[in-house]
Design a protein around this ligand. Structure first.
Ligand SMILES: [Zn+2]
Length: 422
């Protein structure tokens, strides 16, 4: 029996192509969408009308341009569809709202020391922050389509579960289910992902890695994590646990690590390790970013202990990153989180270590860049994971959106699968 074309599937796929193109290019005429995508003009017009009906695009009347015949009014993505991005960091909780245009609409960070914290009371605090963001969205006429959560540990994204976060002291916590119980989420889906993976995705989608094929995003967040992008897709490994750069061994008999092993990169490059080597007394209750800024000031003032601690950190980072690049051939290293203020002391020696240690270095270049996304990177990535689902499958928007007219919750399980991942 010959296979028949499925017109609904074709139309849906094209709906995603058109929305994705409008999102990527900014205000654009229907004729240009047609010529760029290869779809014919009347198909594009009808798809744009459907996207407008879903309130995902609108005409940009300010930019109407004269053309032959009727004036062409460009279309653009609306900023009214948002996702909630949440992050549980070891030193604080972050919540944000990001809209479909990639703009940050709301961001709140609460500093608190969550080392060895109780998971369920922490998730209650997170739910309170998320509830405030949902209220803000409702008050500002924003349509919420989902909620993403970044966690500092290994995560089973398909089940919305945190398996282990050594620095929090958490093990096997059903994060998606617990948040679903605490929040009036209705039809909203929850995506749970490792925070370093989310920071890498944020860098890819809205940061300095747009258009890059292969890079590693190293996030300093008390510990050290990384997200790896290969061929423009997040590399999650066979079971989703890839990117644990912080637990790559750089010392055969080094210091004990929170994970139970010894000599991990984190024992040299973690914020507490650098602080201690720099001779700075402990700063209980001070966030890692504030400590890093203080260390940067000490190094800038020429304090020899701090400079030596940063040299040691750079050397260890160079060893771990050159091993990663020898294995998987990446073009750019991004330094994010608390590594950002320390980058003036880290970037050059890491670049030199890569030139020295990577076999292909004579024929390839490696750039070491500083992430521009700052402290909200993982939370923004968490929101973006949800928004990417809408960009690829726009017809889901009404089904996914929060219906705030009361009624019994009819939340779907399991969580949304992060897009852009195999
Ligand atoms: Zn470790």
């Amino acid at each position: 029996v010959p296979r028949r074309a499925d017109p609904t599937a074709v139309r849906r796929a094209n709906l995603g192509v058109v929305l994705g193109h409008i999102a990527a290019s900014g205000p654009i005429s229907r004729a240009r969408v047609a010529s760029d995508t290869g779809l014919n003009k009347s198909t594009v017009s009808s798809l744009v009308a459907e996207l407008a009906g879903l309130r995902l695009v609108r005409e940009d009347v300010d930019r109407r341009v004269a053309s032959i015949g009727r004036p062409a009014t460009p279309v653009m993505v609306t900023g009214t569809t948002v996702a909630v991005g949440l992050e549980v960091g070891v030193d604080g909780l972050t919540v944000c709202l990001e809209d479909l245009t990639g703009a940050l609409r709301y961001a709140v960070r609460k500093d608190c020391d969550l080392r060895d914290s109780e998971p369920y009371s922490t998730l209650r605090q997170l739910a309170t922050l998320a509830g405030d963001a949902l209220s803000y969205a409702r008050a500002h006429g924003l349509r919420v389509v989902g909620l993403g959560v970044g966690l500092p540990g290994i995560v089973d994204a398909s089940r919305g579960q945190l398996l282990r976060a050594p620095n929090l002291g958490w093990q096997e916590v059903d994060v998606a289910r617990e948040l679903g119980r605490l929040l009036p989420l209705g039809t909203l889906s929850i995506a749970v992902e490792n925070e370093a993976n989310l920071a890498a995705l944020a860098e890819l989608w809205v940061g300095g890695a747009q258009g890059l094929k292969g890079f590693i995003h190293v996030t300093g967040e008390v510990g050290v994590g990384s997200g790896i992008v290969i061929d423009g897709q997040l590399f999650r490994g066979s079971r989703g646990y890839a990117g644990e750069l912080g637990h790559v061994a750089v010392r055969q008999d080094g210091a004990a690590c929170a994970c139970g092993s010894r000599g991990c990169l984190e024992t040299v490059v973690g914020i507490e390790a650098i602080r201690e080597r720099a001779g700075m007394p402990p700063r209980p209750g001070t966030g890692q970013l504030a400590i890093a800024i203080e260390l940067a000031q000490q190094a800038a003032a020429g304090d020899p202990c701090t400079v030596a601690a940063l040299e040691e950190a750079a050397e260890a980072l160079g060893i771990a990153l050159s091993s990663a690049i020898n294995l998987i051939d990446l073009e750019v290293v991004f330094l994010g989180g608390f590594l950002t203020p320390l980058a003036p002391w880290l970037a050059r020696p890491v670049r030199e270590a890569l030139a020295r240690r990577v076999l292909s270095s004579a024929w390839s270049t490696f750039d070491v860049k500083v992430s521009a996304l700052g402290a909200h990177a993982a939370a923004r990535g968490a929101a973006a994971v949800i928004l990417r689902v809408i960009l690829e499958r726009p017809w889901l928007v009404e089904e996914m959106a929060l219906t705030d007219g009361g009624g019994p919750p009819r939340r779907r399980q399991p969580s949304a699968t992060p897009s852009g991942t195999p």
